[in-house]
Design a protein around this ligand. Structure first.
Ligand SMILES: C[S@@+](CC[C@H](N)C(=O)[O-])C[C@H]1O[C@@H](n2cnc3c(N)ncnc32)[C@H](O)[C@@H]1O
Length: 200
């Protein structure tokens, strides 16, 4: 089996890194939710060598992530944990306090009840003063920000009626309930956003 590959990750990793470099400058232990191919983990882990990057995903994606980790040989990037948002988050094997969360392109894939659980997990598992970075497309004032996002949303819902681009206002309410303050809402390439929160 070849390493899984996402062209979108190749396209967005540098603009995302520019922001993560600032946001995670004092962060020690990042947990990535939904690592997907593992491309982001090896790229960010390589460039943010001062922190540990814990990958995670459903078991079905672990082999692919491990292919990327085998090739990269980065001491600070950890083998994937099974974090299924349907279940309680496992405590990281290395037992380090998580003070950073990164997730990309997950909130429009998982169902709304799982989005709620994602924020509950943050409330339960993160140290105070943690930084949380969420990348992906969002709607503002009930509207798509581009025609391509509207088309993407239709495509998602044809695949899975429970998926779809989320309203930023609903995300901010959940974040606030989880004890998070919005620090920045960055415009990113291809009509995506990078939301940065800190835990109160
Ligand atoms: C569109 S992919 C994004 C992958 C990667 N972060 C990226 O930017 O390319 C969505 C990810 O969400 C993960 N995912 C789906 N359901 C999940 C669940 N219940 N718990 C945790 N992750 C889930 C998938 O396995 C997949 O890795």
């Amino acid at each position: 089996m070849n390493k899984p590959f996402s062209q979108a990750c190749e396209n967005n990793k540098r603009p995302i890194l520019t922001i993560l470099t600032k946001v995670f400058s004092k962060t020690k232990h990042v947990l990535e939710i939904g690592s997907g191919t593992g491309q982001h983990a090896v790229f960010f882990g390589h460039h943010l060598a001062h922190l540990t990057w814990q990958t995670s995903d459903l078991l079905i994606n672990h082999q692919g992530i491990n292919f990327w980790l085998d090739e990269a040989v980065l001491p600070n990037v950890q083998r994937p944990l099974v974090v299924d948002l349907n279940k309680a988050w496992p405590i990281p094997q290395n037992n380090l306090p998580i003070d950073g969360i990164y997730t990309a392109n997950t909130l429009h894939i998982i169902s709304w009840p799982l989005v709620i659980k994602f924020f509950e997990g943050i409330a339960q598992n993160l140290s105070s003063k943690a930084s949380i970075c969420i990348y992906g497309p969002f709607n503002y004032q009930g509207k798509f920000t581009s025609e391509s996002n509207a088309n993407f949303d239709s495509w998602l819902k044809d695949r899975d009626i429970n998926s779809g681009i989320r309203d930023i206002e609903a995300i901010l309410l959940l974040a606030s309930s989880a004890g998070l303050n919005l620090i920045d809402d960055h415009a990113m390439p291809a009509n995506n956003r990078l939301l940065v929160f800190s835990k109160k």
